[in-house]
Design a protein around this ligand. Structure first.
Ligand SMILES: [Zn+2]
Length: 380
């Protein structure tokens, strides 16, 4: 491990330089041309390293990139899947107010932490394994999707197909907290939208002729809040509301977006069923519910704990600590772990401020995390 770390520390400047190139290539999920450009940039780096690269073209979403690497001799004894995403939550032009910069031993910019640093680490990990002459037994598949930040609808099937063929899944999403904890549990995630239809009327002259959609929505939100169950790890939050037209009209339309998180796969059907079973409260109101649970939870199974302990052992060989954490945020690791494939998440850079103006990564962590990934790929 220390030899790998030494090699990677020697390349720290190049790691930062390539991260700069990736961050300057803005890649919001909804802009296909932009995220495809990012995919080509990443694909080029893998081709340079002799990987078998395939671009998975999509009609609407951005294209996904699959890079296969075989470093050992002979027939591979299995496959390890490494996951990451090309897209970010930042619209084009964000760089103007949030430029890529290096300061205070950190790298700042949109998508540095979540998760272009992870994409860069994977490339240097393969370089380091080669330089150290390591002959891993397994084949590696690096899968970079273009729609993780918007639910991975177009990539989920492919990710699941690769996961089933794999002995383990390593996810290069950002590490948790200042100490760079790995994520051994993630909540499942869902999004829903409640649409209410009432009847408009003059709010002053004849309100009883109308059905107030905003009133109905408020009553429904109060009901939804009752679904929160701290003990079971279920949260249901109404996050965006809209309704009404002008102050003297009883509103005919109202809608709300709902964020759902849950800890146990077994709760998913119950949550969906409760969402679908809501009935109107005011006479004459109509309601419709769209969506529901999407990502299953990443549960802290025995296999996950075993993987984590192995990672901690590798870090301790470099004289570095490693801890674990659970998070309410979901990732594509949720899909793979729900299939029963041991999944270790949060292997990306250490930093802070994902999805915010202050997004950054700690430079020192970059060679360390790359060495950890190299160690895992070499020994799993
Ligand atoms: Zn991410």
């Amino acid at each position: 491990m220390s030899a790998l770390l030494r090699i990677l520390k020697g390349r720290e400047k190049e790691i930062v330089r390539l991260l700069g190139e990736f961050v300057r290539c803005e890649s919001p999920s909804h802009d296909k041309a932009a995220v495809d450009r990012m995919g080509r940039t990443v694909a080029r780096e893998w081709q340079r390293r002799g990987a078998r690269v395939r671009i998975l073209r999509q009609a609407q979403a951005g294209n996904h990139v699959r890079a296969e690497v075989r470093l050992g001799e002979g027939r591979p004894a299995g496959q390890i899947l490494v996951l990451g995403h090309l897209d970010t939550v930042y619209p084009l032009g964000t760089l103007a107010k949030m430029p890529f910069r290096v300061a205070n031993q950190r790298v700042w910019g949109p998508g540095t932490f979540d998760m272009k640093a992870g994409l860069v680490l994977a490339l240097f990990t393969v370089d380091a394994l080669r330089a150290a002459g390591v002959q891993p037994r397994k084949r590696f598949v690096f899968f970079w999707n273009a729609d993780e930040e918007i639910g991975s609808q177009s990539s989920r099937g492919e990710i699941e197909r690769e996961a089933i063929r794999s002995d383990a899944v390593l996810v290069l999403e950002p590490a948790y907290g200042r100490d760079g904890c790995l994520k051994t549990a993630r909540k499942g995630v869902g999004t829903a939208e409640l649409i209410v239809t009432g009847r408009s009327a003059h709010a002053g002259i004849d309100p009883s002729a109308g059905v107030n959609a905003v009133h109905e929505l408020a009553l429904q939100i109060a009901r939804l809040m009752k679904m929160n169950d701290r003990r079971r790890g279920i949260t249901v939050q109404t996050t965006v509301v809209a309704g009404g037209t002008t102050s003297n009209v009883v509103p005919e339309h109202a809608r709300a977006k709902i964020d759902i998180r849950y800890s146990h796969l077994a709760d998913a059907p119950k949550i969906d069923q409760r969402l679908q079973s809501l009935r109107p409260i005011l006479k004459g109101a109509r309601i419709g519910m769209r969506g529901g649970v999407n990502r299953p939870p990443l549960e802290r199974t025995h296999a996950v704990v075993k993987l984590f302990h192995h990672a901690r052992e590798l870090m301790s060989e470099m004289g570095l600590p490693l801890d674990e954490a659970s998070t309410g945020g979901g990732s594509d690791g949720n899909f793979t772990s729900a299939l029963g494939v041991p999944t270790l998440d949060g292997l990306g850079a250490v930093g802070n401020g994902a999805h915010s103006l202050g997004e950054h990564v700690v430079i020192r962590s970059l060679p360390e995390r790359a060495a950890l990934l190299a160690g895992l790929l070499a020994t799993l």
